[in-house]
Design a protein around this ligand. Structure first.
Ligand SMILES: Cc1ncc(C[n+]2csc(CCOP(=O)(O)OP(=O)(O)O)c2C)c(N)n1
Ligand code: SF4
Ligand SMILES: [Mg+2]
Length: 318
């Protein structure tokens, strides 16, 4: 990530807004927010050069609680807003955040296509197994046969594994963290931000209000670190085809572990592929100097410079 940094030593408090937080007490979202603030501080990112976009859901409120730039967007469309901002202003540090319902159900198409596009930005998914904001319906991450306290019947639909889907969609950095382990999560967020390409971070996030299955106690003792287990995630320009295959096979196998033990850490770190904008620049040398953020939007009197009258003339019904 090509980020502007500021020199002063910072703490997570420098990235806090004074907006009232209405997440439930004990929600994993608090840990994710803290880890994100800590990562921004550790990286020393300039607040006016950093934009956080939220989907719709409890998770989608995150931009309000940060004093960076950002927008609370539309359900399932957070990646489109984030991609637009990155294309318009390539120097911006862009982070998209949203729920598992937002990103895998209504936003599933955007999830897949954002991976293969490989823009240089980060998508953090708050994975709580439910639609928290709308009172606990099953999200696509809830497994078949499971039944949380807010469901009248057991889940009769199959489930989507976000890490596995990211692997086949072309994301070039893929990780998984745990909302209650803030230090480890902030390290993962920093690593994802440093990656020059599209990064996806799946965060296991207990929702004490509606998900009484995947609780802090349920996770206790199950989580293990891939990197401490000797797992190798790196693919570089020199990695041969057989090794690439091995990394993907291993990543897919580790991603599927979900009962006895659950892997956290970095599944894939592929630096062999150029990001979208590097390729665009090579194709259109004027791109960097003519991005929309460099174009004037108003004249000296504050009037829009866009003249839509020829378009209106064309659309006129005669
Ligand atoms: C187009 C549209 N459809 C449906 C909704 C209703 N809605 C709001 S949030 C939400 C799901 C939230 O679940 P998730 O994305 O998992 O976020 P969480 O609340 O769990 O963080 C839904 C279906 C909406 N706001 N807009
Ligand atoms: S409903 Fe669940 S996800 Fe939403 S704030 Fe409460 S505990 Fe968190
Ligand atoms: Mg959810």
């Amino acid at each position: 990530m090509k980020h502007d940094t500021i020199k002063a030593s910072l703490s997570f408090k420098n990235y806090r807004s004074d907006y009232a937080n209405d997440w439930c007490a004990g929600c994993g979202d608090h840990g994710i927010l803290r880890a994100l603030q800590k990562a921004l501080a550790d990286l020393g990112l300039a607040r006016d050069q950093t934009a956080v976009f939220g989907g719709i859901g409890c998770s989608g409120k995150t931009p309000y609680y940060l004093n960076t730039c950002g927008i609370h967007t539309l359900h399932g469309r957070v990646l489109s807003f984030a991609a637009g901002a990155k294309l318009a202003n390539p120097a911006l540090n862009v982070i998209a955040v949203g729920g598992d319902g937002d990103g895998l159900s209504i936003g599933g198409g955007h999830f897949v296509n954002s991976g293969r596009r490989n823009l240089d930005m980060l998508y953090i998914m708050f994975n709580n197994g439910v639609y928290g904001l709308t009172k606990g319906q099953p999200a696509p991450t809830l497994r078949i046969g499971e039944r949380t306290k807010s469901m009248a019947h057991s889940n009769i639909q199959g489930y989507v594994n976000p890490v596995a889907l990211a692997l086949v969609s072309g994301y070039t950095w893929i990780g998984r963290g745990y909302a209650y382990d803030v230090p480890a999560l902030s390290v993962l967020i920093s690593a994802a931000m440093r990656h020059p390409g599209m990064a996806f971070l799946d965060v296991l996030q207990p929702c004490p209000k509606y998900n009484d299955l995947h609780t802090k106690d349920w996770y206790a003792g199950k989580l293990y670190s891939l990197q401490e287990d000797g797992y190798q995630a790196l693919i570089s320009a020199d990695t041969d085809v057989a090794m690439i295959q091995q990394v993907y096979n291993q990543a897919m196998a580790r991603a599927q572990e979900c009962e006895e033990r659950i892997a956290v850490g970095v599944f894939l770190h592929d630096v062999s592929r150029p990001d979208f904008q590097t390729q665009l620049q090579a194709m259109q040398s004027a791109y960097g100097d003519s991005t929309p953020c460099r174009q004037p939007v108003t004249d000296a009197n504050g009037r829009s410079m866009v003249d839509i009258s020829p378009l209106l003339e064309e659309l006129k019904v005669r």
